[in-house]
Design a protein around this ligand. Structure first.
Ligand code: NIG
Ligand code: FE
Length: 413
């Protein structure tokens, strides 16, 4: 099965090879390679060839698509979500407007524990159906690779239930799905007075089961004051590595918690959130290859200070952007809106934002060798946009969906 897309106004994020780039850092983030007036050939789900319309030679294909006035880009790679959850938490949203903080709500049994109470009693098939609907919603907005976390179960059974739902989403969808095990998201009510036993439960009981069933790619920890300390995080990551689970952690959202440093020390694939980042965190990041992943839509929704993206990029580091889609701090998986927030609030340029949600987002899920750019041999997960002038219009047209047509593994969806 082969498809040709013709008359593409601009084909963005092209890569000639040999080999594939792994990520884009520092000043290079301002550049997005492109071809004007382009064609793109897809065969058996993979990118087969591309070039300029003026140099289009005659070859056979099954389907032809006219992309006049449209841009074509690699689909968005969302490397941090909590897409599997049982219920919305709009009451906490209202409580925050009236003055409560995210941490106060969490201390009073709301927040993550609120989500856990609802998820534990929901049966697996209903949880799956809700999550599948959310996945379809974010695909329609341009996402075609996604990381999804557990962490609203907080018991052996409920954590496994979440991870099985994620596995089923992966089996029943052509988008690339990565799973992170996040039992260390909060201490469940029944362990409130005995936190040590919960950490032991994660290490001795949950981790072996998760690893034996191959249910997760990564280990996540909410390393934050009032949640899991740096010492807790070290123990959890140490144990995770023994089971082959690499870290991808929640760090420095609410405090200068040491999360970034411990993440780099344990060779985390990414450290995510990073509202509280200064010189020490930047120095730590420069010493490793951990991807700094910013979640500004969560900062937007909670009304907390934004991540210092400029300082991080200007230090020569890469940046990925991810949605953090979850019912508490960011009930949206819309990567287009995320790009707008990154531009207007973090002062990233549109090109930097697009690099952060394509190749660098792919790298934050170790998918950079199969997704995130337009390169021969990579999966054909593509966005064909509405008619527009350039990629600057994607964050500019905020609130509108730039997607005209999605292609996932060579199939129009
Ligand atoms: O990434 N910060 C920790 N975890 C989530 C929010 C979880 C929740 O409030 O349900 C986050 O923002
Ligand atoms: Fe998160």
């Amino acid at each position: 099965m082969s498809t040709i897309i013709k008359n593409i106004k601009y084909l963005y994020q092209t890569e000639e090879g040999p080999g594939f780039k792994t990520k884009v850092s520092g000043a290079d983030m301002a550049q997005i390679p492109y071809i004007e007036d382009a064609w793109l050939l897809i065969e058996n789900g993979l990118i087969k060839a591309f070039g300029k319309m003026s140099q289009l030679t005659d070859f056979k294909y099954d389907v032809s698509y006219d992309a006049s006035n449209s841009l074509v880009l690699p689909a968005w790679c969302d490397s941090h979500t909590h897409l599997v959850f049982a219920a919305a938490r709009e009451q906490e949203f209202v409580d925050r407007i009236k003055g409560k903080t995210y941490e106060e709500i969490a201390r009073n049994g709301g927040g993550i524990l609120n989500s856990a109470a609802k998820l534990r009693v929901m049966d697996e098939s209903e949880l799956y159906d809700q999550s599948y609907a959310r996945l379809q919603q974010v695909i329609a907005q341009g996402t075609a690779a996604i990381e999804i976390k557990s962490g609203y179960g907080l018991s052996v059974e409920a954590e496994l239930k979440m991870l099985r739902v994620i596995r089923k989403l992966k089996e029943n969808s052509d988008v690339s799905v990565k799973a992170s095990f996040l039992a260390a998201h909060a201490y469940p009510i029944e362990y409130k007075e005995d936190k040590e036993s919960y950490i032991k439960l994660i290490i001795d009981i949950m981790l072996p089961k998760v690893a034996a069933e191959g249910l997760a790619d990564y280990m996540d920890v909410f390393c934050e004051q009032g949640f899991f300390s740096v010492a807790d995080t070290e123990r959890l990551l140490e144990a995770a590595w023994k089971f082959g689970l690499k870290p991808k952690i929640h760090a420095n959202q609410l405090h200068y918690s040491g999360g970034v440093q411990v993440g780099v020390q344990y060779r985390a694939v990414s450290v995510d959130h990073l509202e509280c980042v200064g010189e020490a965190e930047i120095e730590a990041l420069k010493k490793g290859s951990t991807m700094p992943t910013l979640l500004p839509a969560a900062a937007f929704f909670l009304g907390i200070p934004y991540q210092p993206a400029r300082q991080i990029i200007d230090a020569g580091l890469p940046v990925a952007l991810a949605s953090d889609y979850n019912p508490g701090s960011c009930p949206s998986g819309n990567m287009n809106l995320l790009a707008t927030i990154a531009c207007t609030q973090l002062k990233m340029t549109p090109s930097e934002a697009i690099n952060a949600i394509t190749i660098n987002g792919a790298a934050a899920m170790e998918l950079d060798q199969e997704l995130g750019s337009i390169a021969v041999g990579k999966k054909a997960n593509l966005i064909i946009t509405q008619p527009m002038n350039s990629l600057d219009n994607i964050p500019y047209d905020f609130g509108n969906n730039p997607v005209k047509q999605m292609m996932i593994q060579g199939k129009f969806v």
